[in-house]
Design a protein around this ligand. Sequence first.
Ligand SMILES: *[C@@H]1O[C@H](CO)[C@@H](O)[C@H](O)[C@H]1NC(C)=O
Ligand SMILES: *[C@@H]1O[C@H](CO)[C@@H](O)[C@H](O)[C@H]1NC(C)=O
Length: 405
Amino acid sequence: MSGRLVLVLLLCLYLTVGSVQGQGSSQDAFIIQYLERRLSQMEDRLNQCEQKTVSVTQKTYDLSSEIRGYLSTLSVLRSEVRNQVDSVSVRVERVERELEYLENKIPPQTDIEIEGALLEQQIQAAELDQLQKKAKIIVANDCRTALSQIKSLKIVKKAGDTYGSWFKDPTEGSAKVYLLSGIRNNTVLEYVSLHSFTERTTTPPVKVVQLPSDWQGTGQVVYNGFLYYHKADTPNQILKVDLLNGTVVDSTLLPGAGRLPVYSLNPNTYLDLAVDELGLWVIHADPEYGGNLVITKLDKASLAVEYNWDTQCRSRDAEGAFLICGTLYVVYNTRYGGRSTIQCLYDIHDTIHSEESPVMFFPKRYTSHSSIHYHPVEKQLYAWDDGYQTIYKVETRRNDQVTAE
Ligand SMILES: *[C@@H]1O[C@H](CO)[C@@H](O)[C@H](O)[C@H]1NC(C)=O
Ligand SMILES: *[C@@H]1O[C@H](CO)[C@@H](O)[C@H](O)[C@H]1NC(C)=O
């Protein structure tokens, strides 16, 4: 703008100079001097102007870089604040969940004014109720069998994965054999008999049952044509499936279970189901109880929990367990495979004690069991040993201490 103005002025001057050339030379010289003075003044102002522009540009630049600095500090601060807000909200959420949990634990319509004596009475009544339930389980099933030794081993077949489970339906009169290969799948193979299972050419052919959802681990059982199993991707859901048509007939969530693998040597099994003379059981490990094994008696029909027993048997170095007449026998081994031994037992009747029982050895052989299932009628164990399907015959004795009680 100012540059263009100067140009116009110079042009005017030139024209003026041209028009006055004809007049007297002294007058000319004066005018030229005057014009030169003015010109140099204008040049000075122009220089000043340019310098000012440069300094303003510099200042603008300085200012904008300062602002940029502030902005980046601000965004750092903002993300810090956001992180803090996030962590606070996570904590609030956790407290809310804990509150909700506690609220759920408090029975509805709790009267804060309850007399101490009344409360005690109620607790006693609840305990009595539990004891009666426990007594009913024990009395309703007069079972006097204790394991005395693992007698022999028969290797039946090699089929499927390294890990898996196989067993018979222990219902009286059923000969069906089931094979569940792997630690997660939805396909169950059903054979009409053990003979058919061991035959090279299966006649009649194997029946393939597709379950509505995958199982998890190797802790499944079949009882009376129903498969009971831990549903994959759930911490503790047990499904009861009718194997005739693969439909779920019942399901339950086992409170507190499924937070730890049951046996440290079989890290994929979180719920191990078992059948004995008394009925259906779930063996699991409780982190709040030092990782020790807990056994839960379930109602076969409704899957309702009948009673829980905390055992002193540890999960560390265990590879499996089974129940005979309400006594849990826990099998230990080493991480690299070795000779399996029963080193801990727990009797719900409190008549057989772990300390008084000798360590029981499995037949001399290197083993690595991914599942062990007891058949109460045949008195045999169906085991999956590193891809081999094996059967152990067990010897039992009458446990007369029960009668003495
Ligand atoms: C599931 O089991 C079937 C039959 O045993 C087998 O063919 C299939 O490969 C298995 N699927 C997976 C994902 O392991
Ligand atoms: C599955 O079979 C059982 C027993 O035969 C029957 O009661 C049930 O209705 C069947 N379910 C379906 C969905 O077919």
